[in-house]
Design a protein around this ligand. Structure first.
Ligand SMILES: Cc1ncc(COP(=O)(O)O)c(C=O)c1O
Length: 446
């Protein structure tokens, strides 16, 4: 085992020593500046987080004002920052029925809380048999033991199988590799039907919730369900009294060109989780949003949903409120739709017929590419070739950061998710560099 920190870094970072350390000193807009004078154009907004771009002083000022007024208050207390944020969320952002907000600091803990909420909801109603959370086979919901367990990310679960919960899973709609054949027109209906079959097989009286991403994040590379999928899923959940939990950690707050991805498909979940873009990377904050009906049994029985110490931190709330205001004032959700279409045009023009690109998919400024050895047969590269990692590495060498994805079983995925302020010339550079990085990576793997 190599216990030596690599020579490339003189500080103990990252936690597990890595030969490739990117040393970023500051950032502006979509560009990261590195020690020694280098620049990286960020085509991924970090981990699909940055939406208003870096360097907006007014967000820092809002946080400073909050922090000099009060450093901390336990999450159930009301503070001016929490109050203003709730008002803005209600006035402009949240689907009408999602009236209740719980705040966590990260996606994993928020998904964990959402699943706890679903089970607590039934227990508070005197129903102790509904405890199963059905999820999907290609998904990512976080890295706590519980969220790893419900997620469908084989690579990240590996080695923890004995400790994580094993919940029923159903297929993620995956048009390119549909069981009925490539782009089988009924793939969406078949995937929704699998949910109903699973609920019936498990016993509806045992199922608390169905948890899924409306557009699959980096685990599947922006997998888009067909138009009929979500309405049918909503109908099935209603039929069997199963709560619908929508994980919009990656795709919410304007990322896909609408406030939330569920708006593309015309459904409202019972519980929605959304983060990453909530405070645009300026502060850690993720929301769990729920209907009155979900929360009422807890209130009726005098229960609370246990908080995380740093949930709803006033500084994070102030940052989120300011970022949401900027998104509104500058029309950035519409810009995400427009620049997303412009990005797709460029990707299609340069890579649409590339022999190693099976599909380019997604919505707004969240796009995923699936890289294959053979575009006709869809044969993937062997996992050992690490193609997605090679592409990310080749992109960085050329000064652009892309976000690798896949689950081990699903490979090789590369995602793009730049800030909504991205310019046309930056989009040109992202698409051109991605093509060069794919060619470099495929060439070096031969
Ligand atoms: C859909 C989804 N859910 C949950 C998470 C976990 O969030 P976090 O990394 O903030 O814990 C992620 C992270 O990428 C995600 O994409």
């Amino acid at each position: 085992m190599n216990t030596q920190a690599p020579a490339t870094t003189s500080v103990a970072w990252p936690f597990v020593p890595s030969p490739r350390v990117v040393d970023v000193t500051h950032a502006k807009g979509c560009t990261l500046y590195t020690r020694g004078g280098g620049e990286i154009l960020d085509a991924a907004g970090g981990a699909i987080v940055s939406n208003i771009g870096h360097g907006r002083a007014e967000v820092g000022e809002a946080m400073a004002a909050a922090m000099t007024s009060m450093s901390y208050a336990v999450p159930p207390f009301l503070t001016p920052e929490r109050s203003r944020l709730m008002e803005r969320l209600r006035r402009y952002w949240l689907p009408e029925k999602l009236t209740r907000t719980y705040l966590a600091s990260g996606g994993s803990e928020a998904v964990d809380a959402a699943c706890r909420l679903a089970i607590q909801h039934f227990r508070a109603k005197g129903n102790e048999t509904r405890w199963k959370i059905i999820s999907r086979d290609i998904s990512y919901h976080g890295t706590t033991f519980f969220t790893l367990g419900v997620a469908g990310h084989v690579a990240r679960k590996k080695g923890f199988e004995k400790l994580i919960p094993h919940m029923p899973q159903v297929p993620t709609p995956y048009a390119l590799r549909a069981p009925g054949g490539r782009h089988d027109p009924d793939y969406d209906i078949a995937a929704a039907q699998a949910l109903e079959d699973t609920i019936l097989r498990e016993g509806p009286e045992t199922v608390a919730a169905f948890l899924a991403e409306p557009i699959t994040g980096s685990s599947g590379g922006a997998l888009m369900p067909g138009a009929r999928y979500w309405p049918k899923v909503r109908e099935i959940c209603d039929r069997y009294g199963v709560l619908l939990i929508s994980d919009e950690v990656m795709v919410g707050f304007g990322r896909t060109g609408k406030r939330f991805a569920c708006e593309h498909f015309g459904f409202t979940p019972d519980i929605m989780i959304s983060g990453k873009g909530f405070a645009g990377g300026y502060a850690p904050i993720v929301g769990v949003f729920a209907t009155d009906e979900v929360v009422a049994p807890l209130a009726d029985t005098g229960q609370s949903l246990m908080f995380y110490t740093y949930g709803a931190h006033p500084g994070a709330c102030a940052a989120a409120e300011k970022v949401l205001q900027i998104l509104e004032d500058e029309g950035l959700v519409a810009r995400a739709a427009a620049q997303g279409a412009a990005l797709m045009e460029r990707l299609e023009a340069l890579l649409g017929q590339h022999p190693n690109v099976a599909e380019i998919r997604g919505e707004g400024l969240f796009r995923g590419l699936e890289i294959v050895k053979d575009r006709e047969t869809l044969e993937p590269f062997p996992e050992s070739a690490g193609i997605a990692n090679r592409i990310v590495g080749a992109g960085l060498k050329r000064g652009v950061f892309f976000y690798g994805g896949g689950t081990g079983a699903v490979r090789d995925i590369v995602c793009l998710g730049p800030a909504f302020i991205v310019s046309d010339s930056e989009l040109d550079r992202m698409a051109e560099t991605l093509k060069a990085a794919i060619d470099d990576a495929v060439g070096s793997a031969k």
